[in-house]
Design a protein around this ligand. Structure first.
Ligand code: TMP
Ligand code: ASP
Length: 250
């Protein structure tokens, strides 16, 4: 079989050309990075868990009419997704203070915010993904006003969906990050949720104990990362119940 064409390799995923035009194969690596890749490790099984968890969240979103790039999972580490033009923004939604907003505004971690707060960062690793305002986004043409209205509405719908799904299994959705992409259907351009939704891109705290079940376990050296992600998967019924550690195929 001919080797597939690699389109892009990021910190946690590789994108290959898909089997049909307009599709991409998204491969989840075991690599974990934090603080703009200053901290790096390989965490065996993380890619398998994130592939499954992202499938679970994206499928749920598709089912409630929030459009995403997800088409189907192919195997343990790969999923078929729709090709799109990524808007160069990281869209962060926060329900409780943690991480950079706590530092920036002097808020104690865990403080409930008066309402969900949406923030935008410009996707540029060399600059460390700086926080930007809608003024920057409009002035530099990264997204139009109509795009920003659509992005806000997508972000809040994802927040409501994810918050509810997590609450049902005793997990607080503290914050998360999404990326969106443009797809063209004839003359019509639409924005869809792209990239991944996984414990790499969310903060998830156990409601009872406050235990962290997300990438902060790695960022802050709080224990075993795959144990935390497996717990999220187990509660959501995502991984087969008898399998405690993901089997590594591919
Ligand atoms: P922050 O508190 O570091 O700004 O992160 C907010 C949320 O966004 C948190 O759930 C982690 C996620 N995030 C990413 O997924 N990728 C990133 O590059 C950054 C900075 C944050
Ligand atoms: N800055 C991101 C994070 O900490 C990822 C990275 O830096 O590699 O989540």
């Amino acid at each position: 079989m001919a080797r597939r064409t690699k389109i892009y390799e990021g910190k946690a995923k590789i994108l290959y050309e898909g089997p049909e035009p307009g599709t991409i194969v998204q491969y989840f690596k075991d690599d974990a990075t934090a603080f703009n890749a200053e901290k790096k490790d390989v965490i065996e099984g993380k890619g398998v868990l994130n592939n499954r968890l992202s499938e679970f969240f994206m499928t749920g979103l598709n089912n409630i009419g929030v459009p995403t790039h997800f088409i189907r999972r192919l195997n343990m580490r790969e999923q078929l997704v729709r090709a799109c033009e990524i808007v160069p923004l990281e869209i962060i939604v926060r329900n409780y203070a943690a991480g950079s907003i706590s530092k920036r505004l002097g808020l104690e971690e865990g403080t409930q915010l008066p309402r969900p707060i949406v923030e935008y960062c410009y996707k540029d690793d060399a600059l460390g993904d700086p926080l930007v305002t809608e003024e920057h986004i409009a002035a530099f043409g990264w997204a139009s006003q109509q795009d920003m209205d659509d992005i806000l509405s997508l972000a809040l719908r994802v927040n409501d969906f994810l918050s509810g799904v997590m609450l049902a299994v005793g997990i607080r959705l503290v914050d998360f990050k999404i990326e969106v992409g443009r797809v063209y259907d004839g003359d019509l351009m639409r924005l869809i949720v792209a990239d991944e939704i996984s414990p790499d891109s969310c903060r998830l705290w156990d409601i009872e104990t406050g235990q962290k079940l997300d990438k902060d376990v790695f960022r802050r050296d709080l224990g075993n990362l795959t144990d935390a992600y497996s717990e999220v998967a187990r509660r959501l019924g995502v991984m087969p119940k008898t399998v405690t550690k993901p089997t590594l195929i591919n």
